[in-house]
Design a protein around this ligand. Structure first.
Ligand code: XIL
Length: 381
């Protein structure tokens, strides 16, 4: 080896080190975009790169933006990218419901199946999202071992008590709010006849909301930190159903029943965009807020007959109106949509011929409704 070459090698060392250091920094920087769980490290899903994501715009207004999610969608990269960058809250669309999380009788060695809901909770934690639990007492998605079983009210009460306690304990400190009760009233404000109320019920048949009170007390005992909600649909404006919910809330507040908030589902259509309806929606929120309750818009979607530009723009207006109305009340702390993109919405299966209800279309492109919501969140006050 000549002295010349040795000198060259020695001289090139600092250069090589600098190249290695710069490469290393570049890789770390690039990885932070790919790997960091927080949305704040990731770029927006598409469109204007300088616009804030929904979750950031909402956070600036003290709001959480949620989405209902099923684990099977987590295999789609576009879905995951949007969910983790745009939403600050996740709610299992189905996997915490009785039939899915408690599919077998308590006599079975494995009565519970937490796998789906656990996966969603892990995803949420990895992406700095809060989790809302849905739901403990509902007349739908009840497993056949209950609907086909024969139980006395006291046996059914034990089953529900154990269900509430086991599920809420499993998710204590991971689920910050629960829809303890879902859809217990008929549209005319009377109690819905269900397996939990009076068929045969858990022991309070004919006593109105007493059985719901019992469920809220069990829920509070199971996880005293969780915020407990009553959740229902078609109760956005003032009407017989929202009157019944309000009367229950007044009664519960008076008797110290641990009810912390009302979930307003907001599965609506274009008929929601009427001045009288929107005014009534605000009046309804105000009376619940005045009781000291939180309001969460829990299942927002706006179903359409077609995906025409006119329909999408009318839909966008409603998304904007609902967002603006929520922002008027400090009690309104969450806006959650019932899904992320039109290809995975429940609407076509529940309402034949209707669809196009969400903020992203079936190809994961932002719809006018997205812009309307972002605009409502970012407009100067
Ligand atoms: C729906 C889910 O989206 C569907 O996948 C399922 O088949 C039925 O339930 N109100 C509620 C939600 O509280 O739990 C419902 O979710 C939609 C209506």
């Amino acid at each position: 080896m000549t002295p010349m070459l040795v000198r060259d090698r020695i001289r090139s060392q600092p250069v090589k080190s600098a190249v290695v250091a710069v490469t290393f920094l570049f890789v770390v920087f690039a990885c932070s975009f790919v790997l960091l769980p927080s949305n704040e490290a990731a770029s927006p899903s598409s469109g204007n790169d300088s616009a804030p994501a929904l979750r950031q715009a909402a956070a600036a207004r003290g709001l959480l933006i949620g989405a209902a999610v099923h684990t099977r969608f987590l295999g789609e990269p576009a879905f995951v990218r949007i969910l983790s960058t745009e939403f600050s809250q996740l709610e299992p669309e189905n996997e915490m419901k009785f039939a899915l999380i408690h599919p077998r009788p308590d006599s079975d060695p494995q009565p519970f199946d937490f796998s789906g809901a656990d996966a969603l909770v892990s995803f949420a934690r990895a992406h700095d999202m809060k989790v809302r639990g849905h739901t403990l007492l509902w007349h739908r998605q009840v497993p056949s071992w209950i609907t086909k079983g024969v139980f006395t009210p006291s046996q059914l009460a034990d089953i529900l008590h154990n269900h509430v306690t086991t599920v809420m304990s499993h998710y204590a400190s991971k689920v910050y709010a629960w829809d303890v009760v879902n859809e217990a009233f008929n549209d005319d404000g009377t109690m819905r006849h269900t397996v939990w109320y009076d068929q045969p019920g858990i022991g309070f048949a004919g006593s109105g909301t007493k059985y719901l009170e019992q469920a809220f007390r069990w829920a509070h005992a199971a996880d005293p930190e969780a915020k407990l909600f009553y959740n229902d649909y078609d109760a956005e404006p003032i009407n017989p159903k929202s009157d019944a919910i309000y009367a229950m809330a007044v009664d519960f507040k008076r008797h110290g029943v641990p009810l912390e908030g009302i979930g307003i589902q907001a599965h609506v259509d274009l008929s929601f965009d009427k001045p009288a309806t929107l005014a009534s929606f605000r009046k309804n929120m105000k009376r619940f807020a005045d009781l000291g309750l939180e309001i969460h818009i829990t299942e927002l979607d706006v179903r359409l007959h077609d995906g025409s530009a006119a329909a999408l723009s009318a839909q966008a207006k409603i998304y904007g109106e609902i967002t603006k109305a929520c922002l008027e009340f400090s009690a309104c702390k969450v806006i959650q949509t019932w899904g992320v993109s039109d290809n995975h919405s429940w609407i076509p299966s529940e309402y034949p011929d209707l669809g196009w209800p969400l903020l992203w279309d079936a190809n994961y492109q932002k719809k006018p409704a997205y812009a309307a919501m972002l605009d409502a969140l970012t407009r100067p006050r």
